[in-house]
Design a protein around this ligand. Structure first.
Ligand code: ZN
Ligand code: ZN
Ligand code: ZN
Length: 359
């Protein structure tokens, strides 16, 4: 069954008469069309019952058709009102499901065009489908994992004392594309004390001998799937004496989480098993973020591996396991792998060495 047909079934069972989906990961997931979010309206009108229509600006018509979408395409001319087209297709639908990433300007324009309709958020509905990857999606994530592993394996070409984080980051970004991605999504080079800031990106700080360096990188492949992996490096010199013990705690926690996670356990229990070990070692208040996030056509999506998420993991769910410990003013470390639940265990998609890599 096509993905949009499954979405129709979910819409019907949740009391949504019509789903409206504008460019973004939901549209790509449902139709295969990777439309750019532009000022001209592109919108999938997906009734719970009946045939869907993809509304696109006339000049995008050929691109939409070339993407192989299996729904009818309706184009609008430069001077037409695309919202009139939506109104016509929506008819007297009482409840309209809006994708979570729709621009606020569109949501308000739709409210004006359809004053009698109730708007509800439909992101969680599509997430219910996206959260379980089919074998093709798992293969695409596996390729993305291999591609980012190849970049990590080349780190010694670029990471050296005397270079700035920004210089190293520029080389990494080029390699992310060279090794099999079409876009660079993020490059974090956190050297020395900058490693204690989980989402530090790049700065002009010069990397020094003996600096532990946190490298967290990811991109999107041609098929639209994301990679995301963090490793820790030492570019010459020796790390501070307290680093080894600190790093062993983190490695032990991440290992325990990899060994434990799999179908049938809850997302929050995966978080807890690592957090407990880190807390027992005295670093509980230094693990300042959740353990992980789902990944697919977006780097962050369901399921979130966090306290309070009782979602039971199932075959096909893909997510990161990335505990971190951050000592402000000194250094930090995070170890991150993307994993996929199989029928009876876990497939780990990142497999470069997880220990501190001395270059
Ligand atoms: Zn993050
Ligand atoms: Zn991540
Ligand atoms: Zn990451």
């Amino acid at each position: 069954m096509s993905r949009w047909r499954k979405a129709q079934e979910l819409a019907a069972s949740s009391g949504i008469d019509t789903l409206l989906v504008t460019p973004g990961a939901d549209l790509r997931y449902l139709t295969g069309y990777a439309a750019l979010p532009l000022e001209r309206l592109t919108c999938l009108v997906l009734p719970a019952d009946g045939d869907p229509t993809l509304i696109v600006p006339a000049l995008e018509g050929p691109a939409a058709a070339a993407s192989g979408v299996d729904v009818e395409i309706a184009t609008w001319g430069e001077l037409d009102d695309p919202f009139a087209l939506v109104t016509e297709l929506v008819g007297d639908a009482a409840t309209i499901g809006i994708d979570d990433h729709m621009w606020a300007s569109r949501v308000f324009a739709l409210r004006e065009a359809l004053p009698g309709a109730l708007q509800v958020l439909a992101g969680s509905l599509v997430q219910q489908l996206r959260i379980r990857k089919d074998p093709d999606e798992v293969a695409a994530l596996r390729d993305a994992g291999l591609a980012i592993d190849r970049v990590h394996a080349r780190m010694g070409e670029w990471l050296r004392p005397g270079r700035t984080e920004r210089e190293v980051g520029a080389d990494i970004a080029r390699a992310i594309v060279d090794e099999g991605h079409v876009t660079v999504d993020f490059v974090i080079v956190g050297s020395g004390p900058n490693g204690a800031s989980p989402h530090h990106e790049l700065s002009d700080r010069v990397i020094e001998e003996g600096d532990p360096v946190v490298i967290d990188i990811g991109g999107t492949t041609e098929l639209g799937y994301c990679s995301d992996s963090t490793r820790n490096y030492l570019a010459g010199g020796t790390v501070p004496s307290e680093y080894a013990e600190f790093y062993a705690v983190l490695e032990g926690a991440q290992r325990a989480q990899l060994d434990y996670a799999g179908p049938g356990v809850t997302a929050e229990s995966v978080d807890a098993i690592g957090r407990t070990l880190i807390a027992e070692a005295g670093f509980g208040d230094r693990f300042i973020h959740r353990t992980g996030h789902g990944i697919g056509q977006e780097t962050h999506e369901e399921p979130y591996i966090v306290e309070g998420n009782a979602t039971v993991l199932e075959e096909g769910m893909a997510f990161s396991i990335e505990p971190g410990i951050y000592l402000e003013g000194q250094f930090g470390a995070r170890i991150e792998d993307i994993v996929v639940c199989t029928a009876d265990g876990l497939e780990v998609l990142n497999n470069t060495p997880r220990g501190l890599v001395a270059l």
